[in-house]
Design a protein around this ligand. Structure first.
Ligand code: NAD
Ligand code: UDP
Length: 311
């Protein structure tokens, strides 16, 4: 198949490009390199099954394809708050452009939404039918509300125009190729530990997240795309929940680092807890994560050590 991957030079996108090419597909990777890195896809340059386009989805796109994976959007809070209006444009105007392309090409489209649509959830764990608890005016709203509009656009393109849409609600995912400087917690803690610098716990560190390893995420993404029904949003994440203190302790143990834990200010509207209910993914896709936290962290630590970043 001819498959467009927007955001293909980013963390998840670059893993997806590898997997699709390994399966025999032809991949058009489109990226504006805002938070993506050429290093993530450099090994694919010259592969006859791979094309790279520097383009911003906020501008209309004209390519031919049979499937579209829409990953273009910065995912780290630091990155998406850098230019909040641009983040909103990416999730709205960009989403309309990508859906318009899907409509014209009659391509099936998978959109990467997020657990952030649940905001600071009052229902725990989160099921797909929970409408969420998002502050529409807070610093995270450019991302959270943008992703909520993007979901609405997907459903309405499906209902009004028959576009085959897949909505994947991704919970915190980590692994090799995550930008070591993008400010997300797993990359921050590992880099701090490798440099024997203080580990920055935001707030008291008792807030929770559920961390999914990247290979499990990409398995779920491809299964969701390739099943034949438009089934509404599906949570893809690892239901094992950890506090940030527990994550820091695991990183210290696996790196053997001498770093100390320090507490710094908690960012505004930081969700207190987050854990996916993955019953829908299990039932419809036959998917569940396979990689436990320590195994995934070790692979990620090895990656950072093996690259310039661990030096
Ligand atoms: P990332 O920042 O590494 O990748 C995003 C990619 O999109 C980057 O390569 C970036 O340069 C590109 N991009 C951003 N804006 C663009 C635009 N306007 N036009 C073209 N390209 C653009 O993040 P990631 O972790 O790989 O996330 C991929 C997708 O998955 C995002 O949509 C994100 O919201 C979603 N997601 C990720 C997670 C996670 O834990 N990794 C969780 C929830 C949702
Ligand atoms: N966090 C932290 N220290 C850091 C970076 C993040 O304690 O150096 C916390 C952050 O406050 C949040 C959690 O880790 O509670 C996950 O943050 P991340 O930015 O990775 O993703 P989020 O789920 O908030 O989008």
């Amino acid at each position: 198949m001819n498959i467009l991957v927007t955001g293909g030079a980013g963390f998840l996108g670059s893993h997806l490009c590898d997997r699709l090419i390994a399966r025999g597909d032809h991949v058009i990777c489109l990226d504006n390199f805002f938070s993506g890195r050429k290093e993530n896809i450099a090994h694919l340059i010259g592969n006859p099954k791979f094309e790279l386009i520097r383009h911003d989805i906020v501008d209309p796109i004209k390519v031919e394809c049979e499937q579209i994976y829409n990953l273009a959007c910065p995912a780290s809070p630091v990155a998406y708050q850098y230019n909040p209006i641009k983040t909103i444009k990416t999730s709205t105007i960009g989403m309309i452009n990508v859906l318009g392309l899907a409509k014209r090409c009659k391509a099936r489209i998978l959109h990467t939404s997020t657990s952030e649509v649940y905001g600071d959830p009052e229902v725990h764990p989160q099921k797909e039918d929970y409408w969420g608890h998002v502050n529409p005016l807070g610093p995270r709203s450019c991302y959270d509300e943008g992703k909520r509009v993007a979901e609405s656009l997907c459903m309405n393109y499906h209902l009004a125009n028959g576009v085959e849409v897949r909505i994947m609600r991704i919970f915190n995912t980590y692994g090799p190729k995550m930008d070591p400087n993008d400010g997300r917690v797993v990359s921050n803690f590992i880099m701090q530990a490798l440099r024997n610098e203080p580990i920055t716990l935001y707030g008291d560190g008792k807030q929770t997240r559920s961390f999914c390893y990247v290979s499990d995420n990409i398995d779920g993404m491809m299964k969701l795309m390739d099943q034949d029904q438009t089934i509404g949003p599906v949570n893809i994440g690892n239901p094992v929940e950890n506090t940030m203190i527990e994550l820091a302790q695991a990183v210290l143990e696996l790196t053997g680092s001498k770093s100390k834990l320090i507490n710094v200010d908690l960012p505004k509207d930081d969700p207190k807890q987050r854990c996916p209910d993955i019953t829908k993914a299990k039932t419809i896709l036959g998917w569940e994560p396979k990689v436990d936290l320590k195994t995934g962290l070790m692979k990620t630590i090895e990656y950072y050590k093996a690259t310039q970043f661990g030096k």
